[in-house]
Write a protein that binds this ligand. Structure first.
Ligand SMILES: NC(=O)c1ccc[n+]([C@@H]2O[C@H](COP(=O)([O-])OP(=O)(O)OC[C@H]3O[C@@H](n4cnc5c(N)ncnc54)[C@H](O)[C@@H]3O)[C@@H](O)[C@H]2O)c1
Length: 430
């Protein structure tokens, strides 16, 4: 099948490579010429395991090409995926301008019976707006569909090759058949729904996971009041099959490019349809206050951060990515620096990207290794559970001449081990 993916950002480039790996003829289209140039040499402007190899193979096989020309990309395409960004404004309104711009640009070149599929995360009702724009200039009959993306950064290539499900939101059977056959090689459950259900499914999945994180964080806060241990609580509730053992992450709250944005957008949509007081309107506030609340608590225990040297380890929003969008470090580092601490940051992959978010200055320095960042620190914060950090032997950077604290922000370490190395341990919900 001939496919075009509009928007070769995170989702677009991974999808393009994966569809090409299944033998489709794929064109990746972006307005960013520099990005297209580097993608032609299989270079991606972010870290994602396995992606560059897949780009190299599929381009060498002639299955994947990149362009900035709408005419070249759209004219022969059977299926066009829109995977451009949908950032939200401060009040959570999903900004659809990139989606609409791409519709304007693609409309004149559509071939008869092409299917325009919105993969970007968009509010219910967006397909109608998309059709209104395309109808202004399209010369042919075409179809629309909504196929949301569920991949996770850090495991995006694996997730896209092995999705838990493909949700196809369509209004006509023919588009469903074509999209079903395109996704057959993924060998997974294909769910046919309406476009609105597909869009709601995407928001619901992310809002549910964000709620789960928020829920366990609130239980963790209660554990700290009464001597319970959140990890023991998780163990005890997880055996209940209705609840499950997986996806419990007590810590500093959720971040990344999707959960905060999607929860805000769902809350905004709720308000638009008169559901002002619902759960989704509360979660963001709880999550956004979490980091300062935890740091305040730690500060009381350690006698304040002022004048202390703090090593912050793990700067990306989660392991195996250099994506810093809404990463806890983006709040933690300025918070500590404002209180008069000296911050020493380290991350296995995000050391370049971090400088676009928090510049180094007299209070904040970035280091190339855990050793350098942790040396001489009064407090070590293991913020994100990169394997390199979790497996590090912190006894090697223990300064026996002074008291040192270890903050285990994702409960990845055994308190006994850390205390055995001579640190004072603090986790979350313990
Ligand atoms: N990043 C994720 O993990 C993830 C996961 C699931 C869903 N999503 C959703 O997928 C969508 C894309 O997210 P992303 O993280 O890949 O975004 P991104 O910001 O990384 O990439 C967007 C790309 O679109 C390009 N673009 C913008 N306007 C264009 C136009 N008119 N024509 C062609 N290209 C254009 C930009 O140059 C950029 O390369 C969003 O709706 C997001 O919510 C993201």
């Amino acid at each position: 099948m001939k496919i075009t993916i509009i928007g070769t950002g995170f989702v677009g480039v991974v999808s393009a490579a994966v569809y090409a790996s299944f033998g489709n003829e794929v064109v990746g289209l972006d307005i960013d010429q520099e990005k297209i140039n580097s993608l032609r040499s299989s270079k991606v402007p972010f870290f994602e395991p396995g992606l560059e190899d897949l780009l190299t193979t599929t381009q060498q096989q002639g299955k994947l090409t990149f362009t900035t020309s709408y005419e070249d990309a759209i004219t022969n395409s059977d299926v066009i995926f829109i995977a451009v960004g949908t950032p939200s404004s401060a009040d959570g309104n999903a900004d659809l301008k990139y989606v609409f711009m791409s519709c304007e640009s693609l409309a004149p070149y559509l071939k008869e019976n092409a299917i325009v599929v919105v993969k970007s995360t968009v509010p219910p009702g967006t397909l109608k707006l998309v059709e209104e724009i395309i109808n202004k200039t399209a010369k042919v009959k075409y179809f629309t569909a909504s196929v949301p993306e569920f991949l996770k950064e850090g495991t995006a290539v694996y997730d896209t090759l092995n999705p838990d499900r493909i949700v196809i939101g369509v209004r006509d059977d023919n588009s469903f058949k074509i999209l079903e056959s395109l996704h057959q090689p993924f060998n997974t459950t294909i769910i046919k729904v309406s476009p609105e259900s597909a869009q709601m499914a995407k928001y619901s999945a992310n809002a549910y996971l964000a709620t789960r994180i928020t829920f366990i964080n609130q239980i963790a806060d209660l554990c700290e009041k009464n001597g319970a241990d959140i990890d023991e609580v998780v163990k005890a509730i997880g055996v209940d099959k209705r609840i499950g053992k997986h996806y419990w992450y007590p810590g500093f709250g959720y971040g990344g490019s999707c959960f905060p944005k999607d929860v805000k957008e769902l809350a905004h949509y709720s308000r638009q349809v008169g559901e002002d007081g619902n759960l989704f309107n509360k979660i963001t506030e709880i999550n956004e206050n979490r980091i300062s609340k935890l740091l305040e608590n730690y500060s009381k225990k350690i006698g304040g951060f002022e004048g202390k040297t703090v090593a912050v380890l793990g700067l990306s929003f989660k392991p195996n990515t250099d994506d810093m969008r809404e990463a806890p470090s983006v709040k933690v580092i300025p918070y500590l620096a404002n209180l008069g601490a000296t911050v020493k940051g380290y991350d296995p992959k995000a050391l370049e990207v971090v400088k676009h978010f928090i510049q180094a200055d007299d209070k904040v320095t970035y280091y190339d290794s855990i050793n350098e960042a942790a040396a001489g620190a009064d407090i070590i914060i293991s913020l994100i559970e990169w394997a390199e950090i979790v497996n590090f032997d912190f006894s090697s950077v223990r300064d026996g001449s002074k008291e040192q604290w270890f903050i285990d922000a994702r409960n990845q370490f055994s308190p006994e081990k850390i205390e055995g190395w001579g640190y004072k341990y603090m986790g979350v919900g313990k």
